[in-house]
Design a protein around this ligand. Structure first.
Ligand code: C5P
Length: 213
């Protein structure tokens, strides 16, 4: 009987395709899935809803400590402004400490877990047997976001989306607390010229090999 969870750690910038890949892998292997971006978004939304400042670390950390991972609702948390606010609270070490602790606990769910975010392979689960870093050019990612928004009949401006993504990358990659970067032993998958099925097959090959060994 296996008593240790098999952890798949997935990192990458916004709109790289990591979320869809993580969901598809979790469903294929029957593993539990946590989109850790939702945890940062939930803290930001709770602060906004209560009219609290986004830059008060002590208050934000308290909200993070009280967060219930079971209550995360993607439809409510996916709003663009919440993503922006999330990347502001995500620079605070005390917020990260509280959320990372909850994420590590989640990662131990048997038989296995898929966690996606920015620092899973580097900080949250550095011993994960499989680490993937999903990337794509900023232009390709902006185009994907643009098409998604158009499909939902939402007003979208390509250049604005591109600027937003670059700003968020800049904030995520250059903060001092757990900046976004590939772990030294992560497998890089560039989805600029790859559809989601091809990315899935590449990831599956790596995971199957790790599961056999
Ligand atoms: O992935 P998503 O866009 O939902 O993440 C929102 C923000 O949360 C990111 O821009 C990033 O600043 C932060 N985040 C993080 N570490 C993670 C996941 C998300 O800092 N593991």
């Amino acid at each position: 009987m296996q008593n240790k969870a098999f952890i798949i750690a997935i990192d990458g910038p916004a709109a790289s395709g990591k979320g869809t890949l993580a969901r598809n892998l979790a469903s294929h292997y029957n593993f539990h899935h946590l989109d850790t971006g939702l945890t940062y978004r939930a803290v930001a939304k709770a602060l906004i809803d209560q009219g609290l400042a986004l830059d008060d670390e002590a208050i934000a950390a308290r909200v993070a400590q009280e967060l219930d991972l079971k209550g995360l609702d993607r439809t409510v948390l996916s709003a663009h402004e919440i993503g922006e606010a999330a990347s502001k609270v995500a620079v605070m070490p005390e917020v990260r400490r509280a959320l990372v602790e909850a994420q590590r606990k989640f990662a131990e769910n048997l038989p296995g877990t898929v966690l996606d975010g920015r620092d899973i392979g580097t900080v949250v689960c550095p011993d994960a047997p499989v680490k993937l870093y999903i990337t794509a050019s900023a232009e390709v990612r902006a185009e994907r976001r643009f098409n998604e928004m158009r499909a939902k009949n939402t007003d979208a401006d390509y250049n604005e989306i591109l600027d937003d993504l670059k700003r968020r990358d800049e904030r995520d990659m250059n903060r001092s607390a757990s900046p976004l970067k590939p772990a030294s032993d992560a497998h890089l998958i560039d989805t600029s010229k790859m559809d989601i099925e091809a990315a899935f097959l590449e990831a599956k090959k790596l995971i199957d090999a790790a599961l056999r060994s």
